[in-house]
Design a protein around this ligand. Structure first.
Ligand code: FAD
Length: 484
């Protein structure tokens, strides 16, 4: 591979307010970058989204249950927790109402009867209390890095880069497992999940909010719930943001059905050095590029000769955890309604002596319908994507048993897509972009940050912080503040 001969732009250059800025990707990262640029006075922004609608991993679908009730359901992001300052700001700006998400239940791991784990009740009070104090003190000590919008400086702290499992062993925090499950059910916490991410999802502030809800006089003092949902759906929030952005600029800003298929950069040119090819047939010139999807996709869109060895090596390091979400309806279940949220499967479970492949999540979004979203990740998600009939049947059998024995649901019906409701499930292949703990320790994020602005190209998105809407928006704000 040839090292790029181009000089590159100094990283902290501030751009002209009328620079032609192209943002690729209409997910939370691309849209919030556009918002902060617009608020800073940039007037020539074009955002290109390949899908029919913006939202990215926020995907809300309307569905009808068998009694004819139509409601919105989430196949992607759903929860807005107490510490989501940027997202609550968006809700306010866009007049999006939120309501309190129902309390989360974690189904018990062993035994046949469903039993729910309450973080405060599963273990004796005193050890939980000590563990909480330790967690809060550590969080207070590292508060700057935990609250930072980027991942810089984390590599120098052994504690923040150890895996959650090692952290729980070393600091005797096993009593907090149910807390971690509550907020981190989707990530598969025992794999390569560093402590910094634990603190990003369960900030000490959120922990205090959860504890405060147990104290009668204190619990009504909080303005925000522990977790909220957007009433028009999470994707609805981002669609509103796109409409707001289109109104905020003279020319239309957000364009859908625009798949970027090629990027080329010509550093000899003073302006218009970036050429974007859309849907394989249309070319457009820009001065600045903001890449709002995982950087590994740069490798597909650019000729490798145009990339430096460092870029190729850094882009290649991203990994994902596949996640599959589908909908089903429970039948004859009225007498024993399911609680709203069940989470399971962070650590392997056993039933009748065998390790069970199990769903991660069940989400009953509305009280008055029996439609439930179920989510699987990792290898299980891949089975759903494989379309292998035998494997699919096996996994459905496991699910049936699980529903009957653990959740006391005798019958259910999987939702099927129809003309009116075409989307009833979603396989996410870019869920949780991250690098290994080893790469994190070796200074991956410091190296990546040094690429920002080179050749007028920037990167935003959960890949550069952590897979949450809040951290994604905070990073967009940081990038615009720092470089524009
Ligand atoms: C099942 C699930 C549940 C989740 N639950 C929560 C939750 O409860 N709370 C929370 O805070 N977060 C949650 N998340 C995470 C949250 O959705 C992500 O952190 C967030 O969407 C990341 O935003 P992003 O813009 O970086 O990436 P994305 O959302 O992936 O957006 C990238 C965008 O780029 C577009 N794109 C891709 N290729 C091209 C191309 N060639 N040309 C043009 N556009 C392109 C994509 O279509 C997409 O719109 C969840 C995610 C999933 C999948």
């Amino acid at each position: 591979m040839v090292e790029s001969k181009r000089k590159g732009t100094p990283a902290n250059i501030k751009h002209k307010k009328d620079a032609r800025i192209c943002i690729i990707g209409g997910g939370p990262a691309g849209l919030t970058s556009a918002l902060y640029l617009n608020q800073k006075g940039f007037t020539n922004i074009t955002l290109l989204e390949k899908e029919e609608s913006v939202g990215g991993k926020a995907l809300t679908v309307d569905l009808e249950d068998s009694s004819g009730i139509i409601k919105n359901y989430e196949l992607g992001a759903e929860y807005i927790t107490y510490t989501y300052d940027h997202i609550f700001y968006l809700c306010k700006l866009l007049n999006e109402s939120t309501s309190t998400a129902s309390s989360i239940k974690i189904i018990n791991k062993t035994g046949k009867t469903p039993r729910f784990l309450d973080p405060m009740k599963v273990e004796p009070f005193f050890p939980i209390f000590i563990a909480v104090i330790k967690y809060l003190l550590i969080g207070f000590w590292y508060r700057k890095l935990i609250n930072a919008p980027n991942n810089l400086g984390i590599k120098d702290h052994k504690l923040l880069t150890m895996s959650l499992k090692d952290f729980m062993d070393k600091y005797k925090l096993k009593y907090l497992k149910a807390f971690f499950l509550n907020v981190g059910f989707g990530y598969n916490l025992d794999r390569e999940f560093p402590v910094i991410f634990v603190y990003r999802m369960l900030k000490p502030r959120l922990m205090l909010r959860i504890l405060g809800s147990k104290i009668p006089i204190v619990k009504n003092l909080f303005k925000r719930p522990i977790a909220a949902i957007a009433e028009d759906g999470t994707q609805g929030l981002y669609k509103k943001l796109a409409a707001y952005l289109n109104r905020s600029q003279k020319e239309q800003m957000v364009f859908t059905n625009q798949k970027v298929t090629k990027i080329s950069r010509d550093n000899q040119k003073k302006t218009g050095s970036i050429t974007i090819t859309i849907n394989d047939n249309k070319e457009q010139e820009f001065d600045v590029l903001i890449f709002g999807l995982p950087p590994v996709f740069m490798l597909k869109m650019m000729e490798h000769e145009q990339l430096s060895e460092k870029e190729i090596s850094l882009f290649s390091k991203f990994k994902f955890h596949p996640y599959y979400v589908s909908m089903f309806e429970t039948i004859h279940h009225e007498s024993n309604p399911l609680p709203k949220y069940y989470y399971n499967n962070i650590f392997p479970d056993t039933l009748n002596g065998k390790t069970q492949p199990e769903p991660v999540q069940f989400t009953k979004r509305w009280d008055d319908t029996n439609l439930i979203a179920r989510g699987y990740n990792w290898e299980l998600a891949k089975i759903f994507d494989s379309n292998d009939p035998e494997k699919l049947k096996n996994i459905e059998d496991v699910f049936k048993t699980f529903m009957k024995e653990r959740m006391e649901v005798p019958e259910y019906k999987l939702m099927e897509s129809s003309k009116i409701y075409p989307i009833v499930d979603k396989y996410w292949d870019t869920y949780f972009p991250h690098v290994s703990i080893e790469d994190l320790r070796n200074g991956f994020y410091e190296e990546f940050e040094s690429l920002q602005g080179k050749d007028n190209t920037y990167f935003v998105g959960s890949s550069l912080t952590f897979e949450m809407m809040e951290t994604t928006a905070a990073y967009s704000e940081y990038l615009v503040e720092r470089y524009f």
